[in-house]
Design a protein around this ligand. Structure first.
Ligand code: NAD
Length: 512
C-alpha cells in the first residue's frame, strides 16, 4: 500500500489540512478535545497536517479499551500471539519503504536513514517472535516431599509508551513488540511533531490480526502524558525523550505506583587515541556527528582528540564535511533539515555562543548551500575546534549538526572528561591498541560502548540504555531487560497431597 493511500484515511479538518487522529480500540477516533497541533514538512517549512491533542477523557477511553482487550489477549495462547507477531513482521518488512516515506515527510531525515530506523525496529519484532522461548519459566521437582516449585512470567496489563520525535518508528518498536508478545495491551503516545508513523503501525497490527484494543495510539502533549502517568489503569511506563522530561516522568509515574523505564538525553564522546587510524576515525566522526542532522540520541557530539592527533584529525573531518550534501531527504541528500524552526533557531544559537566563548569555528553550517525549499529548516554541518568543558557547546545536548573537538593530553584526561559528564548514553574509542580499548570499556561510566564503532546501538537481543542522566529506572530497552520489564514473575509451590501428610500444623512450612 502506498503512503498516499494511507494518508487519505486521515480525517480532514475544517482548514482543509488532514487531521492525524487517535487510534483506539481498532479504529481512528477524533477524540473529545478540540486542541490540535501543527505537523510540518521540515524540508519545505509548510504545515501539512494537524494532530489531535488528547484530553484526559480521551486517555480514559484508550485505557478502558486497552484494559478490556487485555483480558482476552493475556489468555490467548503463545501460539496465537506468536502467529500475529510473525504476520506483523512480514507486513512490516514488505512495507518498510512506505513507513520510511512517512518518517521522512514529517521528520526530514533522508529516506535511507528512515529505512535504517525501520530496519532496526524490525529487529525487535524479530526478537519478540521468539517470545515462547523468552517466557519460559523454571521448574524444580521435589523440593520437599511431593512438593514442586515453578516460576511463570505473566503480563502486567496496560503499558504506556511515550516516544520522542527523532525515531518515530524505531523507539516505539523498542517496546511494543515485546509488550504485546508477552500478553500486555499498549497505548503509544508518539511525539506530536511526527505522529503519523504510529497510526501506520496501528493499521498494520490490525491487518496482522491483532485484536482491537491491544495496540492503541493517543496523540498529544503534556496533558496526554500526565493523564497516562497518573491513570490507575496504566501499569507501566516506557519513556524516551529529553533528560528533564525523563526525570519528571520517572518521578511522577513511580509515585503513582507504576513500573517505569525513562530514557533521557545524551552527550556522546568519541575518544581518538594517538595510534588510531585517523581516516577511519574521521569517517566515523562525520557519520556519527552529522547523520540524521545530529538529531540522534547516539550521535557523537564531542570528539576527544588525545595527544598530537588533533590537527590532523580536524583537517580530515573538515575535508569530509565539505563533501556532504544538505537538502531534501527525498532527493538523495546526505543530511536533511532540522525538525522545527524553533529547534533550528536553538541549534544555531550555539554557533554564536561557541564563537563568543572562544571556540574555533572551522566549518560554519549557516553558510552552507542546501538543495531544497528556502523555507525548510536548514543548517549545514558545523565543526568547532578547541572546545573546552566549560562552554555551552560542550555542556548542553544540542541535538543538531554541530560537532565539537576537545583537545586533551592523555588517555586519563579523556576518561575523566567522559566520566565527569552527567550523561552516560553512548561513547566510542578509536585505537589500534587492544589493551587501551579493553581498559576503556572497563573504566568508562557509560551504558553503551563502541570500540572503533561510533554508534554502538546494541542488537535487539541485547538491551539498549544509558547510565547516569541518560536513564532513570533499572531496566534498559529490549533484549532480556525488555522481557523482564513487561512481565512479572510468580513462583508456585505445589503439593499433590498424600493422605499421610494431612493434619493440622500451625508451624512455619519447612522442606523435608
Ligand atoms: P521531549 O522530551 O521533548 O519529548 C519526548 C516526549 O515527551 C514526547 O512524546 C513529548 O510529547 C513529551 N513531552 C514533552 N515535554 C513534556 C512535558 N513537559 N511533560 C510531559 N511530557 C512531555 O524529547 P524530544 O525533543 O521529542 O526528543 C529528543 C530527546 O530525546 C533528546 O534529548 C534525545 O537525546 C532523547 N532521546 C533519547 C534516547 C535514548 O535512548 N536515551 C533515544 C531517542 C531520543
Amino acid at each position: 500500500m502506498s503512503h498516499d493511500t494511507r494518508a487519505t484515511k486521515l480525517v480532514p479538518v475544517s482548514d482543509a489540512l488532514p487531521l492525524v487522529s487517535h487510534w483506539i480500540d481498532g479504529k481512528l477516533v477524533e477524540g473529545a478535545s478540540a486542541r490540535t497541533g501543527e505537523v510540518f514538512d521540515p524540508a519545505t517549512g509548510r504545515v501539512t497536517k494537524r494532530v489531535a491533542f488528547a484530553s484526559v477523557a480521551d486517555v480514559d477511553t484508550a485505557v478502558a479499551a486497552a484494559t478490556g482487550a487485555f483480558a482476552a489477549w493475556r489468555s490467548s495462547s503463545l501460539a496465537e500471539r506468536t502467529k500475529v507477531l510473525f504476520r506483523f513482521r512480514e507486513l512490516l518488512q514488505l512495507r518498510a519503504d512506505d513507513l520510511a516515506a512517512i518518517i521522512t515527510s514529517e521528520h526530514g531525515k533522508n529516506l535511507g536513514d528512515a529505512l535504517g530506523e525501520v530496519t532496526r525496529g524490525l529487529e525487535v519484532v524479530d526478537f519478540a517472535c521468539g517470545m515462547p522461548h523468552l517466557l519460559k519459566g523454571s521448574f524444580s521437582e521435589g523440593v520437599s516431599t511431593r512438593v514442586d516449585v515453578y516460576s511463570i512470567r505473566q503480563p502486567l496489563g496496560v503499558a504506556a509508551i511515550i516516544s520522542p520525535f527523532n525515531f518515530p518508528a524505531m523507539v516505539p518498536c523498542w517496546f511494543f513488540p515485546i509488550a504485546i508478545g508477552a500478553g500486555n495491551a499498549v497505548i503509544v503516545k508518539p511525539s506530536e511533531k511526527d505522529p503519523s508513523a504510529a497510526n501506520w503501525l496501528a493499521e498494520l497490527w490490525a491487518e496482522a490480526g491483532l485484536p482491537a484494543g491491544v495496540f492503541n495510539v493517543v496523540h498529544g502533549d503534556k496533558v496526554a502524558v500526565d493523564a497516562l502517568l497518573e491513570h490507575p489503569g496504566v501499569r507501566s511506563v516506557s519513556f524516551v525523550g529529553s533528560t528533564p522530561v525523563a526525570r519528571y516522568v520517572y518521578e511522577t509515574a513511580t509515585r503513582a505506583g507504576k513500573r517505569v523505564q525513562a530514557l533521557g538525553g545524551a552527550k556522546n564522546h568519541m575518544v581518538v587515541l594517538p595510534d588510531a587510524d585517523l581516516d577511519l576515525a574521521a569517517d566515523a566522526a562525520v557519520n556519527a556527528g552529522f547523520g540524521s542532522a545530529g538529531e540522534r540520541c547516539m550521535a557523537i557530539s564531542a570528539v576527544v582528540a588525545v595527544g598530537a592527533v588533533a590537527d590532523q584529525l580536524v583537517a580530515k573531518i573538515a575535508e569530509r564535511v565539505a563533501g556532504l550534501r544538505v537538502g531534501d531527504g527525498r532527493e538523495g541528500a546526505d543530511m536533511g533539515p532540522l525538525i522545527t524552526r524553533a529547534h533550528l533557531d536553538r541549534v544555531s544559537s550555539y554557533l554564536d555562543s561557541g564563537v563568543d566563548a572562544g571556540a574555533e569555528l572551522v566549518v560554519d553550517g549557516r553558510t552552507r548551500d542546501f538543495d531544497g525549499d528556502p523555507e525548510g529548516f536548514w543548517l549545514g554541518p558545523t565543526l568547532f575546534d578547541r572546545v573546552t568543558p566549560d562552554m555551552s557547546l560542550y555542556t548542553d545536548e544540542i541535538l543538531g549538526p554541530v560537532l565539537s573537538v576537545v583537545r586533551v593530553d592523555t588517555y586519563d584526561d579523556a576518561l575523566t572528561l567522559v566520566n565527569t559528564n552527567p550523561y552516560g548514553n553512548g561513547t566510542a574509542i578509536f585505537t589500534n591498541d587492544g589493551g587501551a580499548a579493553r581498559r576503556f570499556q572497563n573504566e568508562v561510566e557509560v551504558g553503551m560502548v563502541g570500540v572503533n564503532v561510533p554508534i554502538p546501538v546494541p542488537v535487539a537481543y541485547y538491551s539498549f540504555g544509558g547510565w547516569k542522566h541518560s536513564l532513570f529506572g533499572d531496566s534498559h530497552a529490549h533484549g532480556l531487560d525488555g522481557v523482564h520489564f513487561f512481565t512479572r514473575t510468580k513462583v508456585v509451590t505445589s503439593r499433590w497431597l498424600d493422605p499421610s501428610h494431612g493434619g493440622v500444623d500451625l508451624g512455619f512450612p519447612q522442606n523435608e
